[in-house]
Design a protein around this ligand. Structure first.
Ligand code: ATP
Length: 292
């Protein structure tokens, strides 16, 4: 069985407080994009989970969210058979694109189907939350508002058609580092999340891009100025706007014209500011088998 695990970007990311247990309360506008990892899952008569990954620095044991997702369902349903999983990663790692969370979501969907467990999407989302705050969204996919610690999801109207240029500089950013160093006070500039929602409701692309904002840039950009440079390049090359995704360091730029986006892609490659450069579009849940 083959599955696709799609990456996400945040059109808006705000942190509104901190819970007593240390988790941050967020308001995020999530958008799935057509960039994905591939999972191949097969039943095996040898009990246990065997995971292989195309990248040597990504764990293949319980340090990998795919392993933990498979293990969670296999233990709950006392599955005696085994499973072989091959993960081919294309989504940049530790990049703010929820690669690991999306892989976990795909593994939940895959194991559920492979062993006919009969869990609904909602039930998979509940289990996903035990693996990470972004996993339920990765099961849901599309355009959504995520609140709470990221698990309270409200579907939103789809992002109007556009081109999304992704640039990931050759640095890795730990999500934990960014949240730990985030200082919220009266001077914090909060993005207008409700304004983005309103623009989506009006199907106003310029309204969405005009209001895009990410409060975590205040931590990541001072530490890694290359992020600002990539944003500036994208904007100078015709992006309606550009923003850091999640806790970074990936930057995305939104374009309403393919030619302009392609030219910007080439300029970004030539600049060598980003190690990975990719031009894509939003993914909207139409839910064909192939896209699972
Ligand atoms: P988020 O946007 O949710 O913060 P991220 O893009 O910052 O995610 P990931 O690529 O999901 O980060 O993973 C970061 C770390 O998690 C990696 O350094 C890796 O060791 C570990 N990890 C666990 N499972 C996976 C996986 N399936 N793919 C990649 N990394 C994984």
């Amino acid at each position: 069985m083959k599955l696709k695990a799609f990456a996400k970007i945040n059109l808006g990311l705000d942190v509104i407080g901190r819970r007593e247990d240390g988790y941050h309360q967020v308001r995020m506008i999530m958008q799935t994009i057509r960039m994905f990892d591939q999972l191949e899952i097969e039943k095996s008569s040898t009990p246990g989970i065997r995971l292989s990954v195309n990248l040597p620095y990504v764990p293949t044991d319980s340090g990998n969210l795919v392993y933990r997702a498979a293990s969670l369902l296999m233990e709950e349903f006392s599955i005696q058979e085994g499973v072989d999983i091959r993960l081919n990663k294309f989504i940049p790692v530790a990049a703010g694109m929820a690669g690991g969370s999306s892989d976990a979501a795909a593994a939940l969907v895959g194991v559920n189907r492979l062993f006919d467990l009969g869990l609904s999407r909602k039930e998979l989302m509940e289990r996903g939350l035990r693996l990470g705050a972004d996993v339920p969204y990765c099961v849901m996919r599309g355009t959504a508002l995520a609140e709470g610690i990221g698990e309270k999801l409200t579907r939103l109207p789809a992002l109007p058609s556009c081109y999304i240029l992704i640039g990931k500089p050759g640095i890795s950013v730990s999500t934990k580092y960014v949240y730990t160093n985030l200082k919220l006070d009266a001077r914090t500039e909060h993005p207008d999340i409700d304004g983005i929602i309103e623009a989506l409701e009006n199907q106003d692309l310029g309204g969405v891009t005009g209001k895009m904002g990410n409060v975590l840039e205040s931590v990541t950009i001072p530490r890694y100025p290359v992020i600002e440079k990539i944003k500036d390049l994208m904007k100078a090359e015709g992006a309606l706007n550009a923003l850091m995704s999640g806790s970074g360091p990936t930057v995305f730029g939104i374009f309403d014209d393919r030619k302009t986006a392609e030219r910007a892609q080439q300029k970004l490659r030539d600049s060598r500011l980003a190690r990975q450069v990719f031009l894509t579009e939003a993914f909207h849940n139409g839910g064909t088998e192939d896209d699972q």
